[in-house]
Ligand binder design. Structure first.
Ligand code: CA
Length: 227
């Protein structure tokens, strides 16, 4: 598996690359946003490590452009670490966010978590929900609405499937993190809100503006199967 490291600081790129190689991955490095996109087009990339402050094209923009055509896991590695930076980063389609200065071992664990063959999808039952209109397909890690594939990230898939698995149950954010994303996830509780927001954007339609995910104020979310 090949990892694309997008980083303009050579020393950081070298450290990440050395650790990744030790884990058995191939690596390729881009030192600006434009060449990152070129390499991504050309190579078969399994995961992207993305710095945000880059020459030529910002990391957020690189992330957005990759997302237009691919669901490859993207881990942002960045010194921009305010809560709004994290939310903005995840909003642009990143799967995870690692603040600088970072521990290379933690970064490697995050990479493994993203590339682990469908962490909890074995616990997810294939089937239909929402009156048979939405199909959950754990084999392909895919959600289809009215037979049409909805492009979702792995985390979004796991969160939606978890909520849909128990339509009556209300889940706290923390429960969603533990059940859907696993113990190794240590992002903020509130990043769940970002995932839910993205899912709603992708699934919403007139009459189902919430994308079948109901907010339970002061507690969390539940799958909204009401007619
Ligand atoms: Ca930089």
């Amino acid at each position: 598996m090949k990892i694309l490291i997008v980083e303009d600081e050579t020393s950081i790129a070298e450290v990440v690359s050395a650790y990744a190689k030790r884990e058995g991955y191939d690596t390729i490095t881009a030192s600006d946003g434009m060449s990152a996109l070129e390499i991504f087009e050309r190579e078969d990339i399994s995961l992207v490590i993305l710095d945000l402050m880059l020459p030529k094209l910002s990391g957020e923009e690189v992330c957005r452009r990759i997302r237009e055509k691919s669901q490859v896991p993207i881990i942002m590695l960045t010194a921009k670490t305010s809560e709004s930076d994290v939310v903005y980063g995840l909003d642009s389609g990143a799967n995870d966010y690692v603040p600088k200065p970072f521990s290379p071992r933690v970064l490697m664990a995050r990479i493994r978590a993203q590339l682990r063959p469908a962490a909890s999808r074995d616990n997810i039952a294939a089937g239909f929900c929402a009156d048979g209109r939405i199909e959950i397909d754990p084999e392909r890690v895919e959600i289809r609405k009215d037979g049409k594939s909805i492009p979702v990230t792995k985390s979004e898939f796991l969160i939606f499937s978890t909520l849909a698995s128990k339509p009556i149950r209300t889940w706290s954010r923390d429960e969603i993190i533990r059940s859907a994303l696993g113990d190794d996830y240590d992002g903020f509780d509130r990043t769940i809100d970002t995932y839910v927001k993205n899912l709603r954007k992708k699934l919403a339609e007139p009459g189902h503006e919430n994308g079948w995910i109901k907010t339970v104020y002061g507690f969390g979310y539940r799958f909204d199967d009401e007619k």
